[in-house]
Design a protein around this ligand. Structure first.
Ligand SMILES: Cc1ncc(COP(=O)(O)O)c(C=O)c1O
Length: 396
């Protein structure tokens, strides 16, 4: 077993930042139900509202436009279920009669499966194709959007290859057509600046555990005036839009993580991109015949997705793990799946090559020495696996 442990899977999840952990430990003492009227309840309520303001500030939103959820998956599901209700709103509902949804082939499964579910209910769903770098094909988008479009949902940054979409432009086209615009910004928030006003989106999804906050808590931004129908019915929490006793500790940790992210997003991006570029150049120099996936410029500063022809992804992962390097073959949600990554297939990487692809996603705490260790360790692993492989040593 290696005496090292280098975690480079920050797109799957992040550790709690020390300040977040300290704040959460302190908050364990605040046990009141945030909906109670007595002093303990008011104390908890006040802290929840402070957290809401911190999350809103990070997004350039108003506090009243932020709803706490259990995470990115719930936020995305809520938007799609809202569309189901909006489409069947009584006569006079702003979007009555609109039955088309436009999303992309690259989305996270919680969006893809929500869209497929609406399709099974009779909605027309278009999964937009993307180019070889993962950018939405805008001409196809323009040809599909129209008076029947109810929702356009395009992720801001992809979790596997890091490609960033032109959400501002996509949103402007959606709004011109009278459709609602949603973006899943789970991977973007905290890594690049995200401002709901500049983007012009109606709904935006985020998740605490991708920004050094706790798991099991997230948020949905809902622009003032846009509809939201509850996924969870019950009490009057979140103005009746998301029932259930507040997850105080999670929400407070989320607030702290958001506050920290707001102050560091620019410097984080700059410093992490330097390390990511060092890793990319080191691997390109050390391993012959590899392919870098994702957009050359419009890409998250922390993400590097590499295809290693002639080597199998799970074997690469296991070999790296033995040497103390923790990366992934794609998204954590797809781990264990024998299917090749739908994201890599969408950008035109063949199934065999997709199986030999690794995502390195960097974060706070990674050092130059860690990167150099990866650059030294990976080439012999690939050489050994290629020499044993029955896979075709295809060139890229
Ligand atoms: C792009 C994207 N959307 C949504 C999610 C789901 O978020 P959560 O884990 O908070 O449900 C993830 C998590 O990996 C993600 O990467």
């Amino acid at each position: 077993m290696a005496d090292k442990s280098i975690y480079v899977d920050y797109n799957a999840t992040t550790p709690l930042k020390a300040e977040v952990k300290a704040a959460m430990i302190e908050d364990l003492e605040i046990f009141g139900n945030a909906s109670s009227m007595h002093a303990s309840g008011r104390l908890a309520h006040g802290r929840v509202e402070e957290a809401r303001s911190a999350v809103a500030k990070l997004l350039g939103a108003k506090a009243a436009e932020v709803i706490f959820t259990s995470g990115g998956s719930e936020s995305n599901n809520t938007v799609f279920q809202t569309m189901r209700a909006a489409a069947s709103a009584p006569e006079g509902g702003a979007k009555t009669g609109r039955t088309e949804i436009i999303t992309t082939a690259l989305e996270h499964p919680c969006v893809l499966n929500s869209a497929s579910y609406l399709k099974s209910l009779g909605f027309t769903v278009h999964f937009l194709p993307v180019d070889e770098y993962g950018k939405v094909k805008m001409d196809v988008y323009r040809s599909l959007v129209g008076e029947k479009t109810l929702l356009v949902s395009v992720m801001m940054a992809n979790n596997e290859i890091g490609t960033i979409q032109d959400i501002g432009e996509i949103a402007a086209i959606a709004k011109k057509a009278g459709a609602y615009m949603h973006t899943d910004a789970v991977q973007a928030v905290g890594k690049i600046p995200v401002d709901v006003e500049k983007l012009g989106v109606d709904y935006l999804t985020m998740s605490a555990h991708k920004i050094y906050g706790p798991k099991g808590v997230g948020a949905l931004y809902v622009r003032t005036g846009c509809p939201l129908y509850p996924l969870i019915h019950g009490g009057h929490q979140e103005d009746g839009l998301r029932a259930g006793t507040y997850n105080n500790i999670g929400i407070l940790g989320f607030g702290k993580a958001a506050e920290l992210a707001a102050g560091e997003v620019e410097s984080y991006g700059r410093s992490i991109a330097v390390l990511r570029d060092r890793l990319r150049e080191g691997l390109l120099a050390g391993v012959p015949n590899i392919k870098i996936n994702g957009h050359p410029q419009d890409i998250l500063p922390n993400t590097l997705n590499v295809s290693f022809p002639g080597a199998e992804g799970e074997s690469i992962l296991l070999s790296m793990d033995i040497q103390g390097i923790e990366a992934s073959t794609g998204s954590a949600c797809a781990s264990g799946s024998l299917e090749p990554s739908h994201v890599l297939l969408a950008i035109g990487v063949g199934p065999e090559l997709a199986h030999g692809s690794i995502r390195f996603s960097l974060g706070w705490g990674i050092t130059e020495a860690d990167i150099d260790y990866i650059i030294e360790t990976v080439p012999p692993i690939i050489e050994r696996l290629r020499s044993m492989s029955t896979l075709s040593p295809q060139r890229v």
